[in-house]
Design a protein around this ligand. Sequence first.
Ligand SMILES: Nc1ncnc2c1ncn2[C@@H]1O[C@H](COP(=O)(O)OP(=O)(O)O)[C@@H](O)[C@H]1O
Ligand SMILES: [Mg+2]
Length: 508
Amino acid sequence: MRLGTVIADEHIPNTSEFAFVFDKGAKVRKGQYVQAESEDGLVFGYVADVYRGNRYFERAESVSEYERESKIADHFPVKDWEYIIGQVKILGSAEINGSELRQKRTSIPPFPGAEVHSANEDFLRQFVGFADNGLLLGKLQNHEVEARLDMTRLLQKHLAILAMSGAGKSHLASVLIEEILDRKKEDGRIAVVVVDIHGEYYGFKEDPAYRSKTKVVSGKDIKISFRRLTPAIVREFFPDIGQSNAQYSTLSGVLKEMQREMKNEHREYSIKDLIAKIEASKSATENVKIPLLRALHELGSYRIISGTENPKFAKDIKPGELLILDLSDLDDYKKKQILVSYTAKRLFKLRKEGRIPPLLFLVEEAHNFAPERIDKYSGIAKRDVEKIAREGRKFGVSLCLISQRPVNLSTTALSQCNTHIILRVTNPNDLDHIKKSSEGIDERMSRSITALQTGEAIVVGSAVNAPIFIDIRERKSKKKEKGKPLHEQALEFENNQKQKEEDVEAFL
Ligand SMILES: Nc1ncnc2c1ncn2[C@@H]1O[C@H](COP(=O)(O)OP(=O)(O)O)[C@@H](O)[C@H]1O
Ligand SMILES: [Mg+2]
């Protein structure tokens, strides 16, 4: 569809921008993709801004003078002189060979006077880099083009979903999970493991279409097997232990002996037995024992060390299936840290050994588990999440970090996320941070981030050839969060109250 004509001004058209005047009646929207010709083939860009002009209204003093008497429009054909200009940010050029597109950098701007057309949708699909069997996250804004992102390009080098609370992060993550669970074997199916902080993914377990592919484990039921407890793990949870060689080697000696007995003599031991054995140890002094015992008692009190591991990561992670670690029933911050740290370690190790399929590890509230600045507890999971960020790619462990506080998110982890999907953000600090850490976000784009509606997103980075705006699709799976809405809780309370009063009355 023809939209208008490229105009020439002092510096434009140049290789990064051009402007065009709209044909009368042409419908052009900000954000729309357009194409125009140059010697190099087609130049693609998006309408970054639209403004109107009219010679009759250019001189303030004469407009003011005239309008005092009567309306200018009553005497002159002002409507005929109105024009609309679209400012286009150039994204790149392409040579067209039949229906094939060969992309290149724009080295020459479009001709002044060239026709501007709405971008051809087949070209657009190729130009932004969508894949026919890609993950259908929604549609390209202003165009009838499905946003199908190539799974490998989107996930292999990790993904960050950044936005303020309520902008649609968890919704988008659910859409992403649906797409992964719906994938056909021949397209390559990965597994998904979700760290669900608010119990938002529970709907998958109740949805007939996804129920059989979903396993939910509640935070309080997650267990680390005693067999897998190592002095190194204890030291990570209780860094003080690592400071003292004597404590570390005492623990190490006792644990090794117990684990040898468990293996060779089929004995069952627990953390209680470990505590007892250290208490009884003759070789360690009280100075060594007391802090060690204090740490082990604390570890025992979390009730996370048990005879058998739960979930059984090696068995419970399957291609095209979802494992939800629902931590919404846990209050203890340190316990959550320990569980995420352990999970990340296990996923990495099992994947390295090839015992589980390639997977997506999706972490909600990621700034809590991979924070930029650490305090006493918040560093526990950080190293493990960063390790996946740095090395996961080689072993098919993809990370998806979701956060409403990108400023507080580990720079190391965030910088390894090669694709960012950004939804609405209004906090200036976060916005500034996103601008610095997301490749390809210019000033103009960062301004539009504050104006995004719920469900509108910008995708930048390795998943796409150029930054794009998309409308995230509706979800297919059941939306069910743990915890009822506030108004229902209030109503329930009052009804219960009334029932009690009635019961008392009936009794009297
Ligand atoms: N693309 C969308 N289409 C329809 N509703 C959406 C969309 N994105 C988000 N919502 C709705 O907006 C609300 C907030 O979304 P949510 O994903 O929970 O936000 P966040 O996780 O960023 O806090 C939810 O009720 C959700 O269903
Ligand atoms: Mg959320």
